[in-house]
Design a protein around this ligand. Structure first.
Ligand SMILES: Cc1cc2nc3c(=O)[nH]c(=O)nc-3n(C[C@H](O)[C@H](O)[C@H](O)COP(=O)(O)OP(=O)(O)OC[C@H]3O[C@@H](n4cnc5c(N)ncnc54)[C@H](O)[C@@H]3O)c2cc1C
Length: 302
C-alpha cells in the first residue's frame, strides 16, 4: 500500500501515522492482529483530505471511533485505519438547547455536558462506551431512547472529501441503522437537540441507568456490548438462554454467565474464538427456535 500522499497530509496537519499498529488496542473486545497503518486525523479538514485521497488513490481504509462495536481479524488488516479519536472531540453549546460536538467526542462526555447544562433527553446514552460519531452511525440506543430521537443534524464527509450538512430526516434511521451504512459518508460533527430539564432529575436518571448496566452487564470483561441485534418478536439474550447457551465457551470467548446477550473475552480470546462462538450460538438458536440472529458488532477483516 503506497501511503506517500497520506504521509504528506499527515505532515501538513502535524498528525502521526503509525505502522503495524496492534488493533487489539483499538477495540473494547481487545482482539485482532496489526493494521498496516493507522492515522488519527486532528482536524475535520485533515480527515476530509485523507478520505478524499484514499478514494482517489484506491487506498483501502476503515473508519473507526472508540472500537466498542467492532472486532478485528487475528491476521490483522491490510488497510489504513482512520481513527476518529479524542483529537476530534470538541463539545460546545451552540444555542440554549443544542449541543454541537465533533464525532470523536465520547458519548459519555456529551451526556455529562448535557447534564451540566441541565439538558434532558440524552440520559439513555449514559454508559454506552462509544464516540458520538459511532453512536450516530449505529443509531445507538438503550432504555427506550436512541440517537435518532435527539440528533438534529450532522456534518458529513462524502467519499470525495466534500463536507455537507445532513438533517435528521434524511439519515434513514432505523433500529441500529443509519444512512451512513449505505452512503459511506463519515460523520464529522453532530448536533444534538435536547430540552431544558431539572438537573437533579437528569442526574438521578443517569445514576439509575448506570446502576442497571453495572448490575446486569458483564462490564468486568472486554466485550462489544450486545453481540446480536434484537430479532423481531423476541430478545437475543432470552433465546440464547432458552437454548442453554449461557456460559458456553470457545477458546477464551464465552457467552456471558451474567448476560447471555454478551459474548465476552473471558480469557485471552482470539477473534477466531469469538467468530466460532457466534456461529455456535446462531446455529443452535436457529435450529431450536427458528430465529435468525444477526450480529450487531462488526468484524474488520481483509
Ligand atoms: C459494554 C458495552 C455496552 C454497550 N451498550 C450499548 C447500548 O446500550 N446500546 C447500543 O446501541 N450500543 C451499545 N454498545 C455498542 C457500542 O458502544 C455502540 O454501538 C457505539 O455507538 C459504537 O461507537 P464507537 O465509536 O465505539 O464505534 P466503533 O465500534 O469504532 O465503530 C462502529 C461502526 O461505526 C462506524 N463509525 C464509527 N465512527 C464513525 C464516524 N464518525 N462516521 C462514520 N462511521 C463511523 C465504524 O466504521 C463501524 O462500522 C455497547 C458496547 C459495549 C462494549
Amino acid at each position: 500500500m503506497d501511503l506517500t500522499i497520506i504521509e504528506k497530509i499527515a505532515d501538513k496537519y502535524h498528525c502521526e501515522i503509525l505502522y503495524d499498529e496492534p488493533m487489539c488496542n483499538y477495540n473494547t473486545m481487545k482482539v485482532g492482529g496489526n493494521a498496516e497503518a493507522l492515522i488519527k486525523p486532528c482536524s475535520i479538514e485533515c480527515l476530509s483530505e485523507v478520505i478524499a485521497q484514499c478514494n482517489e488513490q484506491g487506498i483501502r481504509y476503515h473508519v473507526i471511533g472508540k472500537g466498542s462495536n467492532i472486532i478485528v481479524s487475528d491476521e490483522g488488516i491490510s488497510a489504513l485505519i482512520i481513527v476518529i479519536s479524542d483529537d476530534l472531540s470538541r463539545i460546545e453549546l451552540v444555542d440554549e438547547n443544542t449541543i454541537e460536538c465533533e464525532a470523536g467526542a465520547s458519548l459519555s462526555k456529551v451526556c455529562s455536558f448535557a447534564h451540566k447544562h441541565s439538558l434532558t433527553g440524552l440520559e439513555f446514552a449514559w454508559g454506552i462506551p462509544g464516540s458520538v460519531g459511532g453512536a450516530v452511525y449505529m443509531n445507538a440506543g438503550a432504555y427506550d431512547g436512541e440517537m435518532s430521537e435527539v440528533v438534529l443534524s450532522c456534518d458529513q464527509i462524502d467519499i470525495n472529501g466534500n463536507i455537507s450538512t445532513i438533517e435528521n430526516e434524511d439519515m434513514d434511521f432505523s433500529y441500529r441503522h443509519s444512512c451512513f451504512f449505505d452512503t459511506k459518508a463519515v460523520v464529522a460533527v453532530v448536533r444534538i437537540k435536547l430540552k431544558k430539564g431539572d438537573k437533579a432529575a437528569i442526574k438521578a436518571r443517569m445514576d439509575d441507568l448506570l446502576i442497571r448496566r453495572k448490575t446486569r452487564q458483564p462490564l468486568e470483561y472486554p466485550s462489544s456490548g450486545s453481540t446480536f441485534k434484537r430479532p423481531k418478536g423476541s430478545y437475543a439474550s432470552l433465546l440464547i438462554e432458552q437454548c442453554g447457551l449461557k456460559g458456553t465457551s470457545v477458546g477464551g470467548a464465552q457467552v456471558s454467565e451474567k448476560h447471555s446477550g454478551f459474548i465476552i473475552n473471558k480469557d485471552g480470546a482470539s477473534c477466531e474464538d469469538i467468530k466460532k462462538l457466534v456461529d455456535v450460538v446462531k446455529e443452535r438458536v436457529n435450529s431450536r427456535t427458528g430465529y435468525i440472529l444477526d450480529c450487531e458488532m462488526q468484524i474488520l477483516e481483509d
